[in-house]
Design a binder for this molecule. Structure first.
Ligand code: ZN
Length: 246
């Protein structure tokens, strides 16, 4: 498989440079206990990969809280308010309406954040639903001193994105395919290596409630392949966002 070969070659290049490959893992849309959530937590524990779980505050079931608090390697990020689009019909979905001011957005985010207070490891990080980074949202987050995590930027100081989405989003979400994903990971790492951006992590993105069997199987293989012997280092969300120093 071309993607696998490319990735092996890229990991070898990082090892030759004497660098660890920085990675992190975000899973979106958590609201409740479920068999899929159990599977997610088991995967994190089995491979000892820390997990940043983006929780939808306004849909949160209290049953999720003790399950997550019992997992020291799982931290919680805020995923929107209620994850319902307020955009004009026909436009790309987004949590906030076009007519909402930054002050209104900030007040709504702060109110919903209260619902996450019973989690023991909540980080000051906001993940916009559909990764929709609206200009007034950025302003609102700055006023609240919250960091941002969306999709596919090479990261600014107050933003750390995910880059590798295991699902393809059509009428029904489906596994994107191992070859494509490994190839993309190799390309993302090569880009960082060539620019000497050794500390810019690549973020894996999953959605436990939407994943099909091939996606779950791929994750198991991926975490095995990117284990300690590979030279990869799976960072905690605290480390990624510089909340505690490594
Ligand atoms: Zn979402």
């Amino acid at each position: 498989m071309l993607g696998a070969l490319r990735l092996s070659a890229e990991l070898a290049a990082w090892r030759r440079a004497g660098k660890r490959v920085p990675l992190w893992w975000r899973d979106d849309d958590a609201i409740d206990a479920s068999p899929a959530l159990d599977r997610l937590l088991a995967l994190s524990a089995r491979h000892q990969v820390p997990l940043a779980l983006a929780v939808i505050p306004d849909q949160l079931s209290p049953e999720l809280v003790p399950l997550i608090n019992a997992q020291p390697a799982v931290s919680v990020l805020q995923h929107g308010l209620d994850h319902r689009s307020r955009c004009v019909e026909g436009h790309a979905p987004a949590q906030f309406g076009d007519d909402q001011t930054a002050a209104e957005i900030a007040a709504a985010i702060a109110a919903s954040m209260q619902r996450l207070a019973t989690f023991e490891r909540v980080l000051p990080v906001y993940v916009p639903p559909w990764n929709a980074v609206q200009p007034r949202l950025v302003e609102a987050l700055r006023s609240l001193d919250l960091r941002l995590s969306a999709f596919d930027s090479l990261d600014e100081s107050d933003r750390v994105d995910a880059h590798l989405d295991v699902l393809r989003w059509g009428a029904r979400p489906r596994f994107r395919g191992a070859g494509r994903l490994l190839n993309r990971l190799a390309r993302l790492l090569a880009e960082r290596r060539r620019q000497h951006m050794w500390d810019r992590p690549v973020g894996l993105l999953t959605h436990h409630l939407d994943q099909d069997e091939p996606s779950w199987r791929f994750l198991n293989v991926l975490f095995t392949r990117l284990g300690p012997a590979s030279g990869c280092l799976w960072l905690t969300a605290d480390q990624v966002f510089g909340i505690t120093k490594t």
